[in-house]
Design a protein around this ligand. Structure first.
Ligand code: SAH
Length: 217
């Protein structure tokens, strides 16, 4: 049985990470507070305990990764999450990004296509702390039509294009943040659905994600 402990050393390293994120341009105090309050090392194999607060992605099994803290902070900041908003997340992975959304007060619907990762979610460490979470095993390209529309949608894998079914599941005034393929790297986009149903697109800098794949595994 693994023992989970959030020591002074972990908290100190987390404070340093917050400074790093500020230095890289993260300004949302809510997002920084959320990251500061979540023990990222709980989402990683204990072998990563000492390096869990480096601003890097790490393997989480099945060829997948926990996103880099800067990426999590940047995407979350762009999403402008408000308390009680319904957020659809594609790519649950380690549930670290999910936990940041929950800490901000969102009601999170999260989809994972890798069965082995999804099975691990039964043991989510914070399942008694955050009750506004629903886990789904499925293909994120399909979204969750019966649960929509969503206030916000977040994709945490490299999308080959903007998934049309997800646009359908976004409410008017809602926003979707996603990295879209541009070869080796992906361009971070924020799509806002305007009152006439048209889309406003904002483009940010490049990131590197694992691919968003179709079907289940
Ligand atoms: N947010 C996660 C990032 C995990 S990496 C974290 O912070 O840990 C991206 C995840 O997206 C992987 O777990 C991968 O299996 C998943 N994924 C890729 N394509 C998907 C799809 N079509 N539907 C749902 N999940 C998908």
């Amino acid at each position: 049985m693994r023992i989970y402990e959030d020591t002074y050393q972990h908290k100190g390293l987390r404070k340093q990470l917050i400074e790093t994120l500020k230095g890289k341009g993260i300004t949302s105090q809510e997002v920084l507070n959320a990251i500061n309050s979540i023990p990222r090392h709980y989402f990683l194999d204990s072998a990563f305990d000492k390096i869990a607060y480096e601003d890097r992605a790490f393997p989480i099994g099945e060829g997948q990764t926990i996103s880099q803290p800067y990426t999590v902070a940047f995407q979350t900041q762009l999403l402008e999450v408000k308390r009680n908003e319904k957020v659809l997340e594609i790519g649950s992975g380690s549930l670290y990004q999910t936990t940041v959304l929950l800490e901000l007060g969102a009601k999170v619907y999260t989809i994972e296509r890798q069965k082995n990762l999804f099975e691990k979610h039964k043991h989510y460490y914070f399942k008694n702390k955050y009750l506004n979470i629903k886990f789904f095993y499925g293909d994120g390209f399909e979204g969750l039509p019966t649960y929509g529309p969503f206030d916000k949608i977040l994709i945490t894998a490299a999308a080959p294009f903007i998934p049309p079914k997800l646009i359908d599941q976004l409410r008017i005034g809602g926003m979707m943040v996603l990295p879209v393929d541009e070869g080796e790297q992906q361009r971070m986009l924020r799509i806002t659905k305007l009152s006439d149903g048209s889309l406003q697109e904002e483009s940010f800098h490049n990131f590197s994600f694992v691919p968003m794949l179709t079907g289940k595994n």
